[in-house]
Design a protein around this ligand. Structure first.
Ligand code: ADP
Ligand code: MG
Length: 763
């Protein structure tokens, strides 16, 4: 189902059978619309051309040059010919360019040897005196530099340059299409030129509503297609690109808005709050007052849970902002209304933490599973909630019991890991799913859990990874978003310092005496290492930690990185820590050992915990005040920010030491400086994303792993995405089925091919 007859038309009807076959073979494109929408990846400004005297070895260059001579000879060792072409830029066309701000005027014009193996076309076309554009990788042969089998385009025959005066020509940008080894950018350009001549662009349907086009001062669509493929000036393609970029944002946002509308139209069980239920009892015994944000979000959730359309909400809140209480209150409302709630955590450590802390927070409202199972509380079901944990590593008997409690409805809250997703888990009446730390969970997993309820359950996704607004609008565009943007009152500040051992090796010992001071004051210390042992590649067990940007930079090989085992050994010899109970915690331990280490630390039996990033997410030990991160440059910004959020939780000021052996000014140390400079998670995430590549942002959260966005950049085009989202909301709000916007609906269908559907199928 496409947008219009013309766009859906087979390519052969417009560019002929042969060209169509070539395009299909190399680009997989079969329709007029497909090829029209095959936009240049970039444009070469002729001013960016490389002067021959400056060509760098092993780099891809594009240069305009004149053929000085050409000769063809047979190869000695095997069949075939070599055509040697000598080119020069001595006509002044490129020798006077200002490239990258540097002025090459006055440089000696260069010559370059270009060789073609069996270059029949080169032999025929690259005749003495002809000008051509060459593009290829500079290699060295013999003593001099040259190009081997470069792409070339005769400028006098280029459909876009033919018959233009030199000045005009010099200003014309050269479109560069995503090409393949067999099909060059220039061949694509030629075919598209034919297409532009044979298609009646004026009849193409425009998915952007006229009012929006007028407001945005967009080029008419026909003009935009022409100028994106065949611009005469840089301004041309910029204007065309602006239009298509907005169009892309609008189509995407409309798809998401429509999906939101469809989700909202689904029927869920309303879980209205009741006057004297568990939630009121819980609120009465809360030892603190909710922050304004927690109250406001709580009110929103309460209202949405009370409706018979499923809630689909993303709750963002920086580390320590108190998301758990908000989620717990929502769960209690659902339980009051007769439903069950499931809390999905990314790791066993975190599930166990949640289990402990939720039971602690519930206090007398937490009902003991042992008793209820024996029927001792039969008839008293109204006065408490049973919290049940379900993880893969539980002993069989306990696991069976948990499964039974979930299925029978005895368990009001079921907390678990991926184990909750397995087939044999069922619920009596699942009313609410809470997913904690969404970024560790796949979309599919969320959907599996949804399928465990007879009617769509309400859904709350929580994330501490601050997501820039535009990413939230795009990646989580089908979820409504709430933000907790303040920390609970009395939260002590965390001060962060970069400890540079490169310039101050003596500070290594000082870290441990500082730890001792903290412990002597009655507090506890986390020490985080990038590795478990000396022989591993880090602690990247599934669902626990992701490779950091620094891992991808591959700068670790040369240095010996701190590991949990070596640091634990080292600390046992460390005089300033003599007699201090120290324990390791990492992903390769048995689950029971992990849980024990965490429990001992929580109970203050262990004073100093040496771990990998298993403690990164959600761990909540109020008495911990010092966080030491060794080889901190091995972690990403958001990881560091999350780790730091583990201290300063109990009203005691926290300190975070980012220890590094890299020299000041090293690119990887920039991340540490950024983390030390602010505690604002949102500002950091912007910084983080700037230091990463776009694909990593969308890629990680898309099931396909490939960015489906072409012209839109989630970080750069915040304004565009925001405007398009507003427009989409207006359009879908007035016309939910898009009956009156058929071209937009068509463009959405086009967009939602099966691969992309996975991208939207979430929630
Ligand atoms: P996160 O958003 O990182 O998951 P948590 O929900 O774990 O944060 O909350 C962090 C700590 O703050 C917990 O110990 C919690 O009990 C406490 N807390 C939550 N809300 C408040 C509040 N309004 N006032 C004081 N402490 C709070
Ligand atoms: Mg949390």
């Amino acid at each position: 189902m496409g947008m219009s007859a013309e766009l859906d038309l087979g390519l052969e009807r417009r560019i002929g059978k042969r060209s169509a076959a070539v395009i299909e073979k190399h680009l997989g494109i079969t329709t007029v619309g497909g090829l029209l929408n095959y936009f240049p990846r970039r444009y070469l400004d002729r001013g960016e051309l490389t002067p021959i005297s400056e060509v760098p070895l092993d780099e891809d260059v594009t240069l305009i040059a004149r053929v000085v001579s050409s000769s063809t000879r047979s190869m000695r060792a095997r069949r075939g010919t070599i055509t040697d072409v000598v080119i020069s830029d001595d006509d002044g066309q490129t020798g006077l360019r200002v490239v990258g701000g540097r002025d090459y005027r006055g440089k000696v014009p260069g010559t370059l040897k270009v060789s073609f193996f069996n270059g029949y076309r080169a032999k025929a076309e690259l005749l003495q005196g002809r000008r051509a554009l060459f593009s290829g990788k500079v290699t060295r042969f013999g003593g001099s530099l040259g190009l081997t089998n470069p792409d070339f385009l005769l400028l006098d025959e280029d459909p876009f340059t033919k018959g233009r005066d030199p000045e005009q020509l010099a200003a014309m940008p050269i479109p560069v299409y995503p090409a393949t080894a067999k099909l060059t950018s220039w061949s694509i350009q030629k075919v598209i030129a034919t297409l532009l001549e044979t298609v009646d662009l004026g009849t193409l349907p425009d998915p952007v509503p006229a009012a929006v086009s007028v407001r945005e001062k967009f080029l008419p669509m026909a003009e935009a297609y022409r100028l994106i493929h065949a611009p005469e000036t840089p301004k041309d393609w910029q204007r065309a690109r602006d239009r298509f970029r907005f169009q892309e944002a609008l189509v995407l946002q409309s798809a998401l808005a429509r999906r939101r509308a469809q989700l909202a139209a689904e029927e869920a069980t309303a879980r209205r709050s009741v006057p004297d239920g568990l939630l009121s009892a819980f609120d009465r015994q809360l030892p603190f007052t909710l922050t304004a944000g927690q109250s406001a979000v709580g009110k929103t959730l309460s209202e949405e849970l009370g409706q018979d359309a499923p809630m689909n909400r993303l709750l963002q809140g920086d580390v320590g902002s108190g998301k758990t209480i908000v989620a717990l209150r929502a769960m209690l409302q659902v339980i009051d209304a007769g439903g069950q709630a499931a809390l999905l955590a990314p790791t066993e450590v975190l599930a166990a933490q949640h289990y402990e802390s939720i039971r602690r927070t519930l206090g007398s409202l937490s009902r003991d599973p042992m008793l209820s199972g024996d029927g001792l509380l039969a008839g008293l079901g109204g006065n408490g909630v049973q919290v049940t944990m379900l993880t893969g590593s539980m002993p069989t008997a306990a696991r069976k019991r948990a499964l039974l409690d979930a299925a029978s409805g005895t368990a009001g809250i079921v907390i678990g890991t991926h184990a909750l997703l397995s087939e044999n888990v069922s619920f009596h009446d699942l009313g609410l799913i809470v997913v904690d730390e969404q970024h560790r969970f796949g979309v599919e997993q969320r959907d599996v859990l949804r399928s465990k309820a007879s009617k769509p359950p309400h859904l709350l996704v929580m994330t501490a990874t601050p997501i820039p607004r535009t990413v939230a609008m795009t990646v989580f565009g089908d979820l409504e978003t709430s933000v907790l943007d303040e920390l609970p009152a009395g939260r002590a500040p965390i001060s962060t310092h970069v400890v540079g051992l490169f310039e101050n090796p003596g500070w290594a010992g000082r870290i441990w005496s500082r730890s001792r001071e903290e412990i002597d004051a009655g507090h506890q210390v986390y020490v985080v290492c990038p590795r478990i042992g000396t022989d591993d590649d880090g602690d990247f067990s599934p669902g626990e930690a992701e490779p950091s940007p620094a891992d991808l930079e591959g700068d670790g090989a040369a240095r010996e990185l701190a590991s949990v085992t070596t640091i634990v050994e080292h600390l046992q010899q460390e005089p300033s820590l003599a007699g201090i109970p120290v324990a390791p915690l990492h992903g390769r331990q048995e689950p029971a050992a992990k849980t024990a280490a965490m429990a001992d630390f929580t109970a203050n039996r262990i004073k100093l915990l040496v771990s990998t990033t298993v403690i990164e997410v959600g761990v909540d030990v109020h008495n911990a005040t010092l966080m030491v991160i060794l080889d901190a440059d091995r972690f990403g910004i958001s990881q560091l920010h999350q780790l730091r959020g583990r201290v300063g939780r109990g009203g005691l000021p926290g300190t975070c030491l980012l220890v590094t052996t890299l020299e000041p000014g090293h690119p990887s140390r920039r991340r540490l400086d950024a983390v030390a400079s602010t505690t604002d998670g949102f500002q950091l995430s912007q910084e983080d994303l700037k230091l990463r590549r776009e694909g990593d942002i969308l890629g990680a959260s898309q099931s396909g792993g490939r960015s489906t966005l072409r012209l839109l950049r989630v970080l750069e085009h915040e304004d565009i995405i925001a405007r398009a989202r507003q427009d989409a909301q207006d359009i879908v709000g007035h016309d939910p089925s898009l009956e009156r916007h058929p071209w937009l609906a068509g463009a959405i269908d086009e967009y939602l091919n099966p691969e992309k559907e996975a991208f939207l199928e979430r929630g």
